[in-house]
Design a protein around this ligand. Structure first.
Ligand code: DX5
Ligand code: ZN
Length: 218
């Protein structure tokens, strides 16, 4: 089962209600919200109040991607604001296992995100605390960047690691996603595709979500 997660970073905030309705109509499985602190990544976005506002206007599960130096201080606020899934970066600190447990304790699905240059080996030791893994296919911080092709091999290696360990943890891929790269990601074993600029730049967002799903399910 492929899941499509439109990234609201590319949404038109002045037409957010319409954009949220189109996501729902188009059959999106999750809404992906990118939280940036200006330190971990060289950009700023939004905080819990935005998540709360989206929660009030959409019934889709909210997938909050924390690109923060200090995620521990914010997990609880985002959970209270209505996040259903929360991912933190492996590169953000020395205690990813503690962060993952904190996310679950807050009642959310716990994900660990890896930058393009980060190896998957650490995941071997974290599987008991993981509900999903987010593999970045761009350097985090901005929408509209080109897909980093080596992530395809990373997906395949992670699937091999899961087989070795006897686990099946969903793999999410984020960045530069479109109807060309999406099918290659799902063929390699990814199940959840985050897509921002590819979806939101199309005239019919709902139709674009369906088309991406179709291309990736073939
Ligand atoms: C990048 C974010 C992505 C971004 C993807 O730091 O994590 O979620 O919104 O945007 P596109 O699909 O345009 O690369
Ligand atoms: Zn993201």
């Amino acid at each position: 089962m492929i899941q499509i997660a439109p990234s609201l970073l590319s949404a038109d905030l002045f037409r957010l209600q319409e954009e949220l309705e189109a996501c729902q109509r188009g059959g999106a499985d999750l809404l992906h919200l990118d939280v940036m602190d200006g330190h971990f990544v060289p950009n700023l976005s939004y905080g819990p109040s935005f998540v709360k506002a989206v929660r009030a206007h959409s019934s889709l599960p909210l997938d909050v991607h924390l690109m923060l130096d200090n995620p521990a201080s914010f997990i609880e606020s985002f959970a209270q604001a209505g996040a259903d899934w929360i991912s933190v970066h492996l590169e953000a600190g020395p205690h990813p296992d503690r962060l993952l447990q904190q996310i679950r304790a807050a009642g959310c699905q716990a994900g660990l995100a890896l930058n393009p240059g980060t190896d998957i080996e650490a995941l071997r030791w974290l599987t008991p605390h993981l509900d999903f893994v987010l593999l970045m296919s761009v350097n985090p911080g901005f929408g509209g960047q080109a897909f980093h092709k080596p992530v395809l091999e990373k997906i395949a290696r992670l699937i091999a690691l899961w087989k070795e360990l006897g686990v099946e943890i969903p793999i999410q891929v984020d960045g530069g996603m479109d109807a060309n790269w999406g099918p290659q990601c799902t063929q390699a074993g990814a199940e959840i595709l985050v897509a921002g600029s590819h979806l939101f730049r199309q005239v019919d967002l709902a139709q674009a979500i369906g088309a991406l799903r179709k291309a990736c399910s073939a």
